[in-house]
Design a binder for this molecule. Structure first.
Ligand SMILES: Cc1cc2nc3c(=O)[nH]c(=O)nc-3n(C[C@H](O)[C@H](O)[C@H](O)COP(=O)(O)OP(=O)(O)OC[C@H]3O[C@@H](n4cnc5c(N)ncnc54)[C@H](O)[C@@H]3O)c2cc1C
Length: 295
């Protein structure tokens, strides 16, 4: 099927893109197009004007300074998977980027588009939530007039395909603290065999001191409306040695945190995905702590 007719404008700066959005009701921005174009072609959405932000240089690139890893929203999955800065400072993100879709998707799809689209089956919302990421959003006020705000990953995702992005706003930057030497992070997923989208995805960041877990962030996604933190699991891990018995006991508590809105489909039922969440969390912690490699 073909998309309905639309106009097209290319923006060369963030402020121009915001201005085009504000002056063209019914317009939408396009980054890599790997989520938006399929929706347009299936006529799940119809758009009057596409504003192409793909050429905006200020929205690209990866850097590390003062303990913060900063990634421009237009950075592609392939660029993240190819970055030593990401590998050295946020290995969980580096590895996840490798597992997204196929080379074509990784070469065109962007981190900003992935997050803004907020598909519950995407990997990056779950990973950025456990990494305690912050998102910079710019809007019509202009950066000098207070038009820039920061939203944490915990507050950004509001529902399936729904985020804290307001009208005429653009996500420009993703920032996260670099992992310390005593922090271990991992993402494990049960991937859909056709697309690699997460049927169940689980991310963890644990801090270990003198063999004891002193802090933990846990999130699961793929089968819940938004990536879901696991406070029951986090509390059960803290203060414990990360041995097999304690990891299995803690991860089995994830069902307490999922709520009633768990997705299922012909591929995998809600009950199955819920059971797999504990398994994928266990895998993630086993790998993060090296337990998987020694036992
Ligand atoms: C076959 C296939 C397999 C895939 N497999 C996976 C997978 O395994 N894991 C996974 O996580 N993802 C997967 N994806 C999704 C992929 O990661 C896309 O890159 C991502 O969903 C969208 O990025 P994009 O740059 O293409 O966004 P676009 O399609 O250009 O835009 C998507 C939406 O976000 C908005 N948007 C884009 N950029 C911004 C911005 N900077 N600020 C505000 N709004 C913005 C657009 O207006 C649009 O509504 C897959 C996609 C395909 C087609």
């Amino acid at each position: 099927m073909f998309a309905t007719k639309f106009d097209y404008q290319k923006a060369s700066s963030v402020s121009e893109a915001i201005q085009l959005l504000a002056s063209n009701p019914g317009a939408k921005i396009i980054a890599g197009g790997h989520s938006l174009l399929p929706m347009m072609k299936l006529r799940l959405t119809s758009i009057l004007m596409l504003i192409d932000i793909g050429g905006i240089e200020e929205m690209r690139g990866i850097s590390v300074a003062n303990g913060i890893l900063r990634i421009g929203a237009l950075t592609t999955h392939a660029e993240i998977a190819d970055s030593h800065d990401v590998k050295d400072n946020a290995g969980i993100l580096w590895e996840t980027a490798y597992g997204i879709g196929d080379p074509q998707v990784r070469n065109r799809g962007t981190i900003g588009g992935n997050i803004s689209h907020a598909d519950p089956a995407s990997d990056l919302p779950t990973v950025l939530k456990v990494m305690d990421a912050k998102f910079t959003i710019q809007g019509t006020g202009g950066i000098m007039r207070g038009g820039s705000r920061t939203v944490s990953a915990d507050d950004f995702f509001l529902g399936p395909f729904e985020t804290a992005l307001g009208e005429n706003e653009i996500l420009t930057t993703i920032e996260m603290p670099v992992l310390a030497a005593n922090q271990h992070a991992e993402y494990a997923k049960m991937a859909h065999p056709a697309t690699s989208f997460a049927v169940v995805g689980a991310g963890i960041v644990v801090t270990v001191e003198n063999n004891i877990c002193t802090a933990a962030r846990v999130a699961v996604g793929g089968f819940t409306p938004i990536p879901t933190r696991g406070p029951s699991v986090e509390q059960a891990l803290v203060g414990k040695e990360l041995n097999e018995e304690n990891i299995v006991a803690a991860t089995s508590l994830i069902h307490n945190d999922l709520g009633s809105d768990v997705f299922g489909d012909v591929f995998a039922s809600a009950e199955y995905r819920q059971a797999m969440a504990a398994i994928e969390l266990k895998h993630a912690i086993y790998h993060a702590t090296g337990f998987a490699h020694h036992n």
